[in-house]
Design a protein around this ligand. Sequence first.
Ligand code: CTP
Length: 455
Amino acid sequence: MVRVITYGTFDLFHEGHYRLLERAKALGDYLIVGVTTDAYDKTRGKLNVIDPLPARIENVKKTGFADEVIIEEAAGQKFNDIKKFHIDIFTVGSDWVGCFDYLKDYCQVIYLERTKNISSTMLREQNSPIQRVGIIGTGRIAHRFIPEAKLVSGITTQGVYNPHKESTERFARKWEINGYTDLEKFYESIDSAYIASPHETHYSYIKSALEHGKHVLCEKPMVLKRSQAEELFSYAREHGLVLFEGIKTAYCPGFGKLLGIACSGSIGSIRNVEACFTKLESKNSREMTDLTYGGSFTELGSYVLLPILKLFGENFETINFEYIEGENGLDLFTKASVRYETGMAAATCGLGVKSEGRLLIAGTKGYIVVEAPWWKTRYFEVHYENPEEVEKYSERFLGDGLRYEISDFLTMINGTGKSGIKLTRRESIVLADVMERFLRTCRRTREGASERSSH
Ligand code: CTP
């Protein structure tokens, strides 16, 4: 008996899939079909799969060609399956030519010609027209957006806006997109905006983008005042628009896994969360020189507050800030201590002081530790009273990680995702509230200091 195996996602089952399975079956007597899990697809950068796994399996079964369906959960599984199932022939479509030649030592590898002019990607794009995204701002993070957005199907970066002509032209040339210095023209050419301009400009750009009927993905911190966040979210909701705060950690698969385990009860009830993120910046950078909105907390505070809000919720009892100021009065190193009814937390960040960036979650039965860069969660450990008992978890984090938030943004726009729950509106509003409190505290202290020095 000749045993054949093939693998695929089989999303939005189409003729190309049918023909592939038909020919795969004809290669032998027994056909095994491996269908990828959603989690595996995410880790290999295949985002925006629409049909859930059970539906994709069902569609493969319905063809009647598969004698057995298995799930493909991880890279490297193919090799093991071939041995385990005594496979004679491995086959996939010709889009993979050469990719699986390494399996030739174990079985025959056949690349079947792909059916022309049909793919899941095409169908996904037909179902929901391509989102034309425009970038506002030309800074460091804007440069990261474009290569990451290219990996998400259904989205295209249409252009960039910056009021400064020279920066716009340089950016547009580099990425071969349109450059705009006229905001109205820019809005006319896009469906949604990615805002990566300086913090203090976010509010007015979000507002104008929403008023022009555009969905918005805005870099953190989205806004620096609670009332602004509330106003913008309610405007977006009333007008059926998506407004999303881009804290990449919130959308990455490893962080989701970490939250799941932390909340599963395996470390008992959570009593303490400590998150630290420091990054040494040049003295001349915007973060170190913008006296109104620069400093460590506005730059990194969103990251360190995120796990605290996720694990303890939005209703803290008190929050207190302590910080070390640089010569220009900006906070170089900041600690926010947050008190909850059931526990406490510390959010530490620094631009002018280097420390160990770590996330520690302590519970009544054990603790979880994630070393730097925990904000790109790849690996974490769960420890218990017995030091020998350690559980280790890992998850892939691809590229710059922006692809996960871009993909979630898109699925929210297309109405297929529940990604809002990864970072809720309420959480974004509380983040704005904490930023506002922090800036108020700083200003009070600074005013106090200048009053003191003038006496
Ligand atoms: N396939 C094919 N002809 C097509 C599309 C897919 O022969 N027009 C084959 C693939 O080569 C693979 C299998 O069907 O062996 C499952 O492919 P999958 O990646 O699930 O489908 P695609 O339509 O290629 O999906 P996507 O656009 O998301 O990459």
